[in-house]
Design a protein around this ligand. Structure first.
Ligand code: AKG
Ligand code: FE2
Length: 280
């Protein structure tokens, strides 16, 4: 398992980054264009939000899927029975966002979206012809102006010691979407499963960006790009008393985008949300 950390400004960045995605499902970027002070201020203002009571006024809307998902209702990963130890807020530009937190979150949403479009261009340019011809349109076009792209602010609370047996911060899962952009979190814990079946720490130097393939890109590429299992393990030692904040942007194609002969983006997503138990 070799998740590469690639310098965004290096001349061979696109090729090396795409190679890392193809072999591991993950790639890490340093010297990327997302300002670290923006990420850090989002972490700190949302930590305050999760620590307060206001969040309960934003209870998630089962139809629209925006808003606050408490630890009591947060998802159970596909194939698992215990809930993850996490709470989170789903941000869509058209959805509810606490007014005091909206400016930075939306700025991040825009910047990370633009970077994701560029990275999808890298992926496409470095795909073999037989993979490229499966794409119903350019990958970057699939996400352009998509109202379905979701920014999730996640807060993994400190551990109380009363967690259910076997519960993890995030149980092993694959992401549903095309591509995920995830700034390194404020605490470690993210692991990816190798083809050897073992769990490996994803490089998480603060300031880097982690990018991973989701199921929709695996589907659209006929399996050429793997959507690999990953998880967030529980901290030990001093880390048990700390919250972990992370900020994945899940790049989702517009509903009508054709992923494969079997699925559009919408039909694929609906199937997966029903499996997660967060949609009827
Ligand atoms: O918190 C993390 O580092 C990863 C979160 C994740 O994998 C997810 O929400 O899909
Ligand atoms: Fe994930």
């Amino acid at each position: 398992m070799n998740v590469l950390t690639v310098d965004y400004r290096a001349p061979d960045a696109a090729a090396r980054f795409t190679e890392s995605l193809r072999t591991t499902g993950f790639g890490v970027l340093k010297n990327h264009p997302i300002p670290q002070e923006l990420v850090e201020s989002i972490y700190s203002e949302w930590l305050g939000f999760f620590d307060g009571e206001d969040k309960h006024q934003y209870a998630f809307d089962p139809a629209k899927q925006d808003g606050f998902f408490s630890t009591a209702i947060s998802e159970t990963a596909k194939g698992h029975t215990v809930k993850d130890i996490k709470e989170y807020f789903h941000i869509y530009p058209w959805g509810r966002i606490p007014p005091a937190l909206s400016e930075r979150a939306l700025r991040y949403y825009e910047l990370a979206n633009a970077l994701a479009a560029e990275l999808l261009g890298w992926v496409e340019a470095h795909s073999p012809a037989e993979v490229k011809q499966r794409f119903s349109e350019p990958l970057s076009g699939m996400i352009a102006k998509s109202p379905c792209t979701l920014l999730r602010v996640l807060r993994y609370p400190p551990l109380s010691g009363n967690e259910p047996e076997g519960a993890l911060r995030a149980a092993a899962h694959e992401d549903i979407n095309l591509l995920t952009v995830l700034p390194a979190a404020n605490e470690p814990g993210l692991q990816v499963k190798g083809s050897d079946g073992a769990w490996h720490d994803v490089p998480c130097d603060f300031g880097t960006l982690v990018i991973n393939i989701g199921d929709m890109l695996q589907e659209a590429s006929g399996g050429y790009y793997p959507s690999t299992s990953h998880r967030v393990v529980n901290p030990t030692g001093e880390g048990r008393f700390k919250s972990r904040i992370s900020l994945p942007l899940f790049l989702h194609p517009r509903d009508e985008v054709v992923l494969s002969e079997r699925y559009t983006a919408r039909s694929y997503l609906d199937e997966r949300l029903r499996e997660l138990g967060v949609k009827m």
